[in-house]
Write a protein that binds this ligand. Structure first.
Ligand code: F6P
Length: 488
């Protein structure tokens, strides 16, 4: 393949601990880029005065990292503003907390233009460009205006809600149709892709020959479903070693023989952390026999703290953890250990393997790779149990998890009890099924399938007919759909 140019807001430059601050996107993009020579372009993570923004290149092996600073104004209007006060809440179905200002929209467009201008300077005619995430929706349109004919793909990491909700994005009638300047748009789930296709039909009146291909003016845009995976086998090997580290052994010893339940989430309202703590409270109140026998460790690095909703939520979670600990805690037992520190990938892998259950209960999530990482890290002889929200994209594949409604504290409390009491045989068979799925659909498979579809579009599967067949009541149709998916 020609040179791969990845573009995203966050960039994870090796040796800078970037994976710890760059979030899930970096974790999935890095293994793909490692296998191609190319460029990763994005924000340096630095915010500078208006007169000082710089672009610099860092070379690492056969990769170049081209990083641009943002000005204070850009950071406020683009990142904290339109991206995280409008697009993030609306894509997560939270119309109630979206806050729009024209100034922020102008800042969002300005930073997209800046990215496009800098990219235009370094692009070669046959570069394959892969753009990620809601920060950069208009990028392809601006590159096309600059005359770029390259193959450009876009991956939408977060949910794509129904058009009735998307229509609440101010300026959506310009922003969303501009996505048709991409050659291929990838979504995490069938549901997201269906919603986007409905938007193109209902809001833009676009015609399609099949559900994965729309005509927009003189262009054709392809739509596909590419569920993000993790480095399943590598994580399993890492976790096997990590449980022997002094850090993980220290945590396990401090539990004094109690079971551990783990939750790991960036501090975000979409993760449902306070409701999850309420459900743990419900569990302890309904099942007093478990008091003093299980510890729930919630690891939650802070993020986007300048945005009011995030600061409010931080207080709410602090209060909830304090209330539950005050109500049930003893001098020798703290029911919830709530930690805001960032942990290394190795430390998390060891903790995942040491936890009897994971609580992954977002209220809405594009995929949620913590769910997949937890499964990848388990010991197949004595695995833990994944408790997973039906509203996480991962629920579509991880059907052998205990699937819960995160709004229903009783159902989550019942799942916690079931996970802790689950016989070894059932834990093993659920883990085997989950692990096999995650090996077949790992992060390599994700990157290869997307780039293959972008560079050879005729190979794109018809996801809508596949989805219908997969959900069909006829077993033969379902089996065929599984075969077809595996082959695609
Ligand atoms: O896809 C969602 C995402 O953009 C991921 O990159 C990452 O998990 C998270 O959000 C990072 O958020 P931020 O860049 O605002 O810290």
């Amino acid at each position: 393949m020609a040179r791969l140019v990845v573009v995203s807001n966050r960039v994870a430059v090796p040796n800078r601990n970037a994976s710890e601050s760059a979030g899930g996107l970096a974790v999935v993009v890095r293994p793909t880029l490692k296998r191609h020579s190319g460029v990763w372009f994005g924000w340096s993570g630095r915010v500078v005065a208006k007169s000082q923004p710089a672009v610099r290149t860092i070379e690492r092996g056969h990769q170049s990292y081209i990083l641009t600073d943002l000005t204070n104004e850009d950071y406020d209007e683009f990142y904290n503003g339109f991206a995280n006060r409008v697009l993030w809440p609306i894509f997560h179905y939270r119309l109630d907390i979206a806050e729009f200002s024209r100034r922020d929209l102008r800042g969002y467009m300005r930073v997209n233009e800046h990215f496009a201008t800098e990219l235009h300077k370094i692009l070669l005619p046959d570069d394959v460009i892969w753009v990620h995430d809601y920060h950069l929706i208009p990028l392809a349109g601006i590159l096309r205006d600059l005359g770029r004919q390259n193959k450009i793909g876009f991956f939408h990491h977060v949910p794509f809600p129904p058009p009735e909700i998307v229509a609440a994005i101010p300026n959506h009638e310009h922003l969303i149709p501009a996505m048709c300047h991409y050659d291929l748009i990838g979504f995490q789930t069938d549901c997201d892709a269906t919603n986007f296709a409905r938007y193109l039909k209902d809001e833009c009146g676009l015609l399609n020959r099949d559900p994965s291909s729309f005509r927009a003016g003189d262009r054709t845009v392809q739509i596909g479903v590419f569920a993000v995976g993790v480095e399943t086998s590598e994580l399993n090997r890492l976790a096997r070693r990590a449980v022997h580290s002094s850090f993980v052994r220290g945590v396990v010893e401090s539990l004094a023989g109690r079971d551990m339940i783990i939750g790991v989430d960036r501090l975000d309202y979409s993760k449902g952390i306070a409701l999850r703590m309420d459900a743990f409270d419900r569990f302890l109140s309904i099942h007093p026999v478990w008091r003093g026998k299980v510890t729930y460790l919630q690891i939650t690095p802070k993020s986007r703290s300048e945005i009011r909703e995030y600061a409010d939520m931080e207080r709410q979670i602090d209060e909830t953890a304090g209330r539950v600990n005050g109500m049930y805690g003893e001098a020798s037992w703290t029911p919830i250990r709530y930690v805001n520190r960032t942990h290394s990938r190795t430390a998390l892998a060891g903790l995942y393997r040491s936890a009897r259950a994971a609580l992954v209960t977002p209220l809405r999530d594009g995929m949620n790779i913590v769910a997949k990482e937890y499964v990848a890290c388990q010991d197949s002889e004595n695995p833990g149990v994944l408790i997973l929200s039906r509203f996480a994209g991962a629920a579509a594949e991880c059907t052998a998890a205990l699937i819960v409604n995160p709004y229903d504290a009783d159902s989550v409390a019942a799942a916690i009890e079931r996970a802790l009491s689950m016989p070894l045989d059932e834990r093993r068979s659920r883990n085997n099924a989950l692990f096999a799925t995650l090996v077949a659909h790992d992060v390599k498979n994700w990157g290869d399938r997307f780039l293959d579809a972008l560079t050879r579009p005729q190979k794109l599967p018809n996801w809508l007919s596949w989805m219908r067949a997969k959900n069909s009541r006829t077993p033969a149709l379902r089996r065929n759909a599984e075969k077809q998916w595996a082959a695609d």
